[in-house]
Design a protein around this ligand. Structure first.
Ligand code: ADP
Ligand code: ADP
Length: 226
């Protein structure tokens, strides 16, 4: 569980003609530990940019981002990132995709039970040896979520992870996410175009304006969850 603090953040890109693209302008947001936040807004309003800044994959021109009061200076496994689709390593099995972070941190040998637990947790028992091209889109996204969660992130950053799924698979994955969130209390930041999804999952919904991306409104959802 982590708090995330975003203060006066600006991110300006340059397009191919060298013109300035103001992706984020004066963004301020405080996310409480264990909170489930959704970010919605039109394409190009800076949602992915904001997630990448929180992940430490990119830096703002102005302003600062903090996790638990500590400045975010780069990517690290305390912030897991789940992309829209196609982010699995195609040459690795389901099991080895999920185990990837453990191998990278050289703790793989000690954690075989942990890998089995995460496979189980996302409902992929029996598919350990399958490869990404052999499983469905919904399953692939569950692999991506398990791959992020196995590093025990304090915050999980989800960039439209259900955007490419059919509505049944989507509902299934939404419930899985809620279950994991209730279990671990991980701070969740979800980018979505699906307002129903945002209402169903979140404590608060952040609405962003078209470029330059600003926060226009923050809504307390305050609905009972299943
Ligand atoms: P969203 O996720 O809300 O669709 P993005 O954060 O991807 O928005 O992009 C915000 C704006 O910044 C868009 O206008 C996009 O074209 C622009 N942009 C994003 N990344 C780059 C980049 N690397 N170089 C130039 N412009 C970019
Ligand atoms: P096990 O003892 O479970 O068989 P291994 O360490 O022998 O596990 O590796 C299992 C598979 O994972 C092998 O096919 C190996 O090539 C592959 N592998 C090994 N190292 C890595 C790594 N760093 N990232 C991804 N896959 C790896």
């Amino acid at each position: 569980k982590s708090s995330i603090n975003i203060r006066n953040v600006n991110r300006i890109y340059k397009d191919s003609d060298g013109n300035k693209v103001e992706a984020l302008k004066d963004v301020n947001l405080e996310i409480k530990p264990g909170e489930f936040i959704s970010i919605i807004g039109p394409s190009g309003c800076g949602k992915t940019t904001l997630l990448r800044l929180i992940a430490g994959l990119d830096k703002p021109q102005n302003g600062q981002l903090f996790i638990d009061g500590v400045p975010i200076t780069g990517a690290d496994p305390s912030r897991g990132y789940v992309f829209q689709q196609g982010s699995l390593f195609p040459w690795l099995s389901v099991r080895n995709n999920i185990a990837y972070g453990l191998r990278a941190r050289k703790v793989y040998r000690k954690k075989k039970d942990t890998i089995a637990n995460y496979i189980d947790l996302v409902g992929l028992k029996g598919f350990e040896k399958s490869y990404p091209h052999q499983i469905s889109g919904g399953m692939a996204q569950r692999v991506a979520i398990a791959r992020a969660l196995i590093n025990e992130p304090k915050a999980l950053l989800l960039d439209e992870p259900m955007g490419a799924l059919d509505s049944f698979t989507r509902a299934d994955l939404q419930d899985k996410l809620l279950e994991l969130w209730k279990r671990d209390g991980t701070t969740m930041i979800l980018v979505t175009h699906d307002i129903d999804e945002a209402i169903y999952l979140s404590d608060r919904i952040v609405i962003m304006t078209p470029r330059p991306g600003k926060i226009s409104k923050i809504i307390d959802v305050d609905l009972p969850r299943p």
